[in-house]
Design a protein around this ligand. Structure first.
Ligand SMILES: [Zn+2]
Ligand SMILES: [Zn+2]
Length: 193
């Protein structure tokens, strides 16, 4: 995303763009964008220095870190960057040197380029652990079944556990009364001394 400096009037200029994800040059991430990166920003100019403040938003296709199912995650991030003209003349095709400090970039040819700013803002905004939903039950560590689709055979479901407790309470279990009496404080006190 490039903005000619002469297109920024003294009062500033609102920018709106859809940047193809591939243009950001993000490689090696375990997520990809589902569509373009939406950018809204405001550029202001003071002498030759340009400030751009804005927000990006994109829908990412990711893998849930618990159940490994593909899911869509919306990520947005604010960004702010200052540009100043590159102090050294550059040879044709010579890349711009890194900016003088964090959040500062050089520009050349009277055009500011937001590509690296957008790339860094997006990479920092993606959480390291993405879930398909906040209460994702994940995979069973023993049999690998997706617990979101129901309980596997390794663990009793909450309903089964609840029925077990009710059975004890109604003394369907012949030992229930025995255990309850054994556990009374009086019994424990007498038995212990
Ligand atoms: Zn999940
Ligand atoms: Zn299981």
């Amino acid at each position: 995303m490039k903005v000619p400096v002469k297109n920024i009037p003294p009062g500033g200029r609102d920018l709106s763009d859809e940047v193809p994800f591939a243009d950001l040059g993000i490689e090696g991430a375990d997520w990809v964008a589902q569509g373009p990166v939406y950018v809204r920003a405001r550029a202001t100019k003071s002498h030759e220095e340009v400030t751009v403040r804005g927000r990006l938003a994109v829908e990412l296709q990711v893998e849930c870190c618990r159940c490994l199912s593909p899911c869509v995650h919306e990520v947005s991030s604010d960004f702010e960057v200052y540009f100043e003209p590159c102090p050294e003349p550059l040879a044709p095709d010579e890349p711009l040197p890194p900016g003088p400090s964090l959040g500062m970039e050089y520009y050349t040819g009277h055009v500011v380029d937001l590509t690296s700013t957008l790339r860094d803002a997006l990479v920092l905004a993606v959480p390291s652990r993405l879930l398909c939903r906040p209460d994702c039950a994940g995979l069973c560590p023993r049999c690998g079944a997706d617990r979101n689709e129901g309980p596997c055979r390794c663990t009793p479901s909450p309903e089964e556990a609840g029925e077990g407790q009710r059975a004890d309470a109604t003394e369907a279990n012949p030992f229930a009364r025995f255990f309850r009496e054994r556990a009374s404080p009086e019994e424990l006190g007498r038995g212990g001394r």
